[in-house]
Ligand binder design. Structure first.
Ligand SMILES: Nc1ncnc2c1ncn2[C@@H]1O[C@H](COP(=O)(O)OP(=O)(O)OP(=O)(O)O)[C@@H](O)[C@H]1O
Ligand SMILES: Cc1ncc(COP(=O)(O)O)c(N)n1
Length: 267
């Protein structure tokens, strides 16, 4: 069985972060492991508290994982503070981790800031150069390039700029703002659109985490970057279209929509 690691924050409500990542990886057929960067007290209406693990402890989690079950692909999500980012980058280099997907999580759908301002610079300097793929949404793309994104052409230009700067593929996600749910992949000097019909579902908590974990799972299984994004887009569209409706705010998706068997039957 292929294996994948998520390095991210825990979401107590189970819709985003580590919990979304593990559900997605399992649903996409890989063995999931986790190195938790922080605990968040969070639900569908917002984040009330964040408790970071120490950089030292995060390092110990990563040592345990890499010296035993080596991951075929790694996804990095929420990391709030600079010293934890240094630790992750050092371990990824030390163990020569492969198939690295970085989701530059900055602000939750609910509006809570999930990274300190100075840590954004460390993310750019330390983690981005190790990434095979970066998956910013539109507001994150604006922060990373210093450009306003108002059109599809702006997305192409911005993704190209980020890709050339960090020598990696870039998936600029249009889900939140522009047009339909069309995402742009810039890879090896060319771009490709992944078109998705906007699904009329207000429950989008954890969409970014889920998409990046699905891509990571597909990379672990040996699919190309383009095919990995294609399959992940299909998966997230299915998870949104399942129209799960839980919680008082922007609720989670049904990560298990494709898994139906005797164990999933209700009484
Ligand atoms: N209403 C929707 N219908 C269909 N696809 C959507 C919808 N909303 C988001 N998506 C898709 O979900 C994926 C994640 O995109 P999104 O822009 O929501 O990421 P994000 O902002 O990082 O997510 P998060 O909410 O976790 O911060 C993309 O493929 C996007 O196109
Ligand atoms: C621990 C954690 N990581 C990431 C997100 C972003 O996901 P979203 O923007 O969908 O809330 C989150 N809310 N919580």
């Amino acid at each position: 069985m292929k294996t994948a690691l998520t390095i991210a924050g825990s979401d107590s409500s189970g819709g985003a972060g580590i919990q979304a990542d593990i559900k997605t990886m399992m649903a996409n057929g890989v063995y999931a492991m986790s190195a938790i960067t922080a605990l968040t007290a969070q639900n569908t209406t917002g984040v009330t508290a964040i408790q970071n693990v120490t950089a030292e402890f995060l390092g110990q989690e990563l040592d345990c994982i890499f010296t035993d079950i080596f991951p075929d692909a790694v996804k990095i999500g929420m990391v709030s503070e600079s010293d934890r980012i240094h630790m992750i980058a050092g371990k990824l280099r030390q163990y020569r981790a492969k198939n690295i997907v970085v989701d530059p999580v900055m602000v939750a759908t609910s509006g809570a800031r999930l990274i300190s301002e100075e840590a954004v610079d460390v993310l750019k300097e330390e983690l981005f150069p190790l990434a095979d793929l970066l998956t910013p949404n539109i507001p994150e793309t604006e922060v990373l390039t210093g450009r306003k994104i108002k059109s599809a052409d702006d997305m192409i230009e911005a993704a190209k700029q980020i890709s050339e700067q960090y020598h990696c593929a870039v998936l600029c996600k249009g889900g939140h703002k522009l047009n339909d749910a069309n995402d742009l992949l810039y890879v090896n000097g060319t771009y490709q659109w992944f078109e998705g019909k906007r699904i009329d579902n207000p429950n989008t908590h954890g969409t970014g985490c889920t998409l990046s974990s699905a891509i990571t799972s597909n990379l672990a299984k040996g699919f190309s970057m383009v095919e990995s994004v294609n399959r992940a887009k299909d998966y997230i569209s299915g998870a949104l279209a399942a129209m799960l409706d839980l919680g008082k705010g922007s609720g989670p998706m049904d990560h298990g929509f494709a898994i139906k068997n005797s164990y999933t039957e209700e009484a």
